[in-house]
Design a protein around this ligand. Structure first.
Ligand code: 8IG
Length: 277
């Protein structure tokens, strides 16, 4: 199948129908996207009632990053039917914005009113430590792309002139902080990648108000808000951003930090998720 040609909402509806057939559920409540660093926390959420390879649902691109297992699980958490997406695809793999947000659109078509987006990120604000989870309070979309580009301005769907005043639900952030009062909050800047930043770029981002920097999440958050879903965003700080320490950035170190944090992340998600539906 070519990558996401035609009406993306029709493709998402078809994927949601295929998912409903396999989960035997006509309604799902919450979707969680486990980004790099968070996937090892999946098992802490409880046993999967079923696990479906994304390739069986249509509309999902072939993954191109090793370590991303392309599947979605149904897990019951506190009476909620939670769809757990193990991994995501990124712009830097060469995928279109429509492909990047297809999981979120599918989850919403499958009934989810709340979308939890997790990622690994570099820490810009001083004091943010590798291994620390941070609530995303707002974002800077510096990818130069939008999942809403090209959508009909006159059709029956929601307007693409989406209000982004509160992308990351204040109610859900408050709820998460009640569960874990240690949680910091920060503004997440998304760049296209895949290269990490120069020290000059990090100084620019810090001046522009960014606390965290990464290569994902913002397009999915925009797509979710366009369709009226509530969004909770969580970053795992896996490295101090370029030029802010005497270390060079190494993808292997980043993954190792994430593995070490997995147990804490699993516990965090398991305490937050029952409340967010
Ligand atoms: I993990 O320092 C992770 N992802 N852009 N910069 C960007 N993405 C990241 C970084 C980082 N660390």
């Amino acid at each position: 199948m070519p990558e996401q040609s035609g009406d993306p909402f029709a493709v998402a509806a078809a994927s949601a129908a295929a998912l409903a057939e396999r989960t035997r559920q006509t309604q799902h409540d919450v979707a969680v996207v486990l980004g790099s660093g968070w996937a090892p926390a999946a098992d802490a959420l409880g046993p999967a009632e079923c696990e479906v390879p994304l390739a069986e649902l249509g509309g999902f691109p072939e993954p191109r990053v090793p370590g991303h297992v392309p599947a979605v699980r149904l897990v019951r958490i506190g009476g909620l039917r939670v769809l757990v997406f193990l991994g995501r695809v990124h712009l830097y793999e060469g995928h279109s914005p429509a492909a990047v947000v297809h999981g979120v659109r599918t989850a919403i078509a499958a009934g989810c009113a709340t979308i939890v987006l997790s990622n690994a990120a570099g820490g810009i604000r001083s004091g943010l430590q590798p291994g620390q989870p941070v609530l995303i309070s707002d974002h800077l979309n510096l990818t130069g792309q939008s999942p809403l580009t090209g959508l009909s301005l006159t059709g029956d769907g929601p307007s693409p002139f989406t209000d982004l005043t509160e992308v990351y639900s204040a109610r859900l952030r408050t709820l998460a902080r009640e569960r874990d009062p240690e949680l910091a909050e920060g503004v997440y800047a998304a760049l296209p990648g895949p290269q990490y930043e120069t020290p000059a770029e990090i100084r620019m981002l810090r001046t522009a108000g960014a606390d965290l920097v990464g290569m994902s999440t913002v397009l999915e958050a925009i797509a979710a808000r366009h369709l009226g879903a509530q969004v909770l965003g969580l970053s795992l700080v896996t490295n101090v951003a370029a030029g802010l320490s005497d270390q060079k950035l190494d993808h292997g170190d980043v993954l190792a930090t994430a593995r070490t944090a997995a147990a804490r992340l699993g516990a965090l998600l398991a305490t937050i998720l029952p409340e967010v539906g």
